[in-house]
Design a protein around this ligand. Structure first.
Ligand SMILES: [Zn+2]
Length: 190
């Protein structure tokens, strides 16, 4: 009986909390913040390492998709299933790292999707980012060994570190990163 009352109190507190803090979701009696934007550390890694390093090697990449809300993901997932169009994603809401702000999709300004993905994936790995694999080449994310269920329960990987500290200086001063910069602390391996 005491346990039932305790559970009831936790559920009620969680419910009341969710009314005052609408950016929280209740999972197993805990209040978990609902992400509403890109994770800043992940986005910095993309902007300070991934994109500038790719530019050094002849790419001109840009982000085509970043953060997606659960509603955005639901809409995307419905395409080709319950809505018209072709199937775009295999991930229902909550099962894509886009929903947690830890994924981006990219394309090249000049060559679209007709680029050397193998090399770009190695550049991503140099920046500690993970590829979406052969079935989702434009997708890059950072899960650090966590599952999407871990993300859903509020867990997050440790912050990403830049392979080359000069990347912060270049990004913040608006200067281009150079091959000479990279050579000071190690270039990607192809
Ligand atoms: Zn993606």
């Amino acid at each position: 009986m005491k346990i039932a009352i305790s559970i009831l109190i936790v559920v009620m507190l969680a419910f009341v909390g969710s009314l005052f803090f609408p950016k929280l979701v209740i999972i197993s009696g805990s209040l978990i913040p609902i992400p509403t934007d890109m994770n800043q550390n992940f986005l910095d890694q993309v902007n300070e390492c991934f994109l500038p390093t790719a530019a050094i090697y002849g790419y001109d990449p840009y982000i085509t998709s970043g953060f997606r809300s659960m509603a955005d993901q639901a809409k995307l997932y419905s395409e080709g299933r319950t809505a018209s169009g072709t199937i775009i994603t295999e991930a229902p809401p909550g099962h894509s790292l886009h929903n947690y702000g830890y994924a981006v999709d990219v394309a090249d300004r000049k060559n679209g999707y007709t680029i050397d993905w193998t090399k770009l994936i190695k550049i991503a790995a140099y920046c500690h980012l993970e590829s979406g694999g052969p079935g989702d080449l434009p997708h890059f994310e950072y899960r650090g060994g966590l599952s999407t269920n871990d993300f859903a329960s509020g867990k997050r990987p440790p912050p990403l570190l830049l392979p080359c500290p000069v990347m912060i200086e270049r990004a913040r001063s608006g200067q281009s990163l150079t091959l000479a910069d990279l050579k000071k602390c190690g270039t990607p391996e192809f």
